[in-house]
Design a protein around this ligand. Structure first.
Ligand code: PSU
Ligand code: MN
Length: 285
C-alpha cells in the first residue's frame, strides 16, 4: 500500500484569497511529505483529470480567473469542454477513490445551507457513497449545522469527533451538537477497517477541531456572518458561488482573521490525516 493523501483544489481556487492560496497549497503538500506521505492535489487541467497536480498547475489553478468549481455532477462538463476546474470535496473524493486512495484531508465540508433556498452540498451524498477516511474541521459555521448532521445520519455516514464529543464547526472548536468521540488514530483506523470488513459503503468522516489559538470568538463570528448573509441576499448570489462569496466576506469583516484560521485548520487536518495514514500503513504492512 502506498501512503497517498488526497487534497482538494477548490479551497485553493475559490476558498482562500490570492496570492496566499498557492503558498498554502504548496505548504500542505510539503507538510504531508515531511510526515512520510505522498500528497496528491486533485484538479482538472484543460479537461484532463489530474491526481497530483504539478507545482506549475497548482500555481495556475490558484491564479487564473476562468477556473470552474466542480462537484461530481460537473466533472463531465469540465472534461468535455476542456476547461480548467477545481474539485470540491465530492469531486475530489470520487476521483481519489477511483485511484485507490483511502484518505483525504480538507478544510470544511459542504452541507445544508441556512438560506430559504434548497441548497444541499453534493459533498453529503458523496460521503454516503465513497468509502474513504475524510478529515475535516467540521461543516462551515455558515451552514445549518443541525440539519447538516441530521442529513449525514440519514445518509448513513459514519461521523466521529477527534478528542471531542461536541461538533467542531470550522472556525469554532465546538458547538452544542453531540457526536461520537474517538481518542486515538488507532481507533479511527479500527473503525475504518470494520467498515471495510463489513463492506459498508460511505465514508468515515473525522471532525478535527481547529487549534485552540486559532479558534474565532463565537460572538464576533455571529456578527460577521450576519453581515455576510445580508450581503449575500443583496447581491442575489446563489448556487455554487454561495460558499466562496461568504468566505470572502468573512475574511473582509474579520480583517483576515478567518483566513489565518482557515490555513491553521487545513494544516492541522493534513497532519492528523498523515498520522492516520501512517497507522493504517503499519497495520497493512
Ligand atoms: N473548505 C474550505 N474552503 C472551501 C471549501 C471547503 O475551507 O472553499 C469548499 C470545498 O471544496 C467544499 C465546497 O466541497 O467548498 C462546498 O461547496 P458547496 O457548498 O457549493 O457544495
Ligand atoms: Mn451548494
Amino acid at each position: 500500500m502506498e501512503k497517498i493523501l488526497a487534497l482538494e483544489s477548490t479551497v485553493i481556487a475559490h476558498g482562500l484569497p490570492k496570492p496566499i492560496n498557492v503558498e498554502v497549497a504548496l505548504e500542505l503538500e510539503k507538510l504531508a511529505r515531511e510526515k512520510g506521505c505522498a500528497p496528491k492535489t486533485i484538479g482538472i487541467v484543460e479537461g484532463e483529470i489530474k491526481v497530483g497536480l504539478s507545482e506549475e498547475e497548482i500555481q495556475k489553478l490558484g491564479t487564473r480567473d476562468d477556473v470552474l468549481k466542480v462537484g461530481v455532477a460537473e466533472i463531465p462538463y469540465a472534461v468535455a469542454k476542456r476547461l480548467w476546474a477545481a474539485t470540491t470535496v465530492s469531486a475530489t473524493m470520487r476521483i481519489a477513490s477511483k485511484y485507490g486512495i483511502k484518505i483525504f484531508a480538507t478544510g470544511g465540508i459542504g452541507g445544508v445551507h441556512s438560506t430559504q433556498n434548497w441548497d444541499v452540498s453534493q459533498d453529503l451524498l458523496e460521503l454516503s457513497r465513497t468509502r474513504m477516511i475524510v478529515v475535516s474541521a467540521g461543516p462551515k459555521s455558515i451552514l445549518d449545522l443541525k440539519a447538516t448532521m441530521e442529513m449525514l445520519e440519514s445518509l448513513e455516514v459514519t461521523v466521529v469527533g477527534f478528542r471531542t464529543d461536541k461538533l467542531p464547526a470550522f472556525y469554532l472548536r465546538c458547538v452544542d451538537v453531540e457526536i461520537k468521540r474517538v481518542e486515538t488514530v488507532e481507533e479511527i483506523v479500527r473503525i475504518f477497517k470494520a467498515k471495510e470488513r463489513l463492506d459498508l459503503p460511505g465514508s468515515l468522516l473525522v471532525f478535527n477541531p481547529i487549534p485552540e489559538e486559532y479558534a474565532i470568538d463565537e460572538r464576533d463570528l455571529q456578527e460577521w456572518e450576519k453581515k455576510a448573509l445580508e450581503d449575500l441576499q443583496k447581491a442575489k448570489i446563489t448556487g455554487k458561488d454561495v460558499t466562496p462569496f461568504l468566505l470572502a466576506k468573512l475574511a473582509e469583516y474579520s480583517s483576515g482573521k478567518t483566513v489565518e484560521s482557515n490555513i491553521a485548520l487545513l494544516k492541522n487536518n493534513v497532519s492528523l490525516a498523515c498520522d492516520i495514514l501512517n497507522c493504517l500503513f503499519n497495520l497493512e504492512r
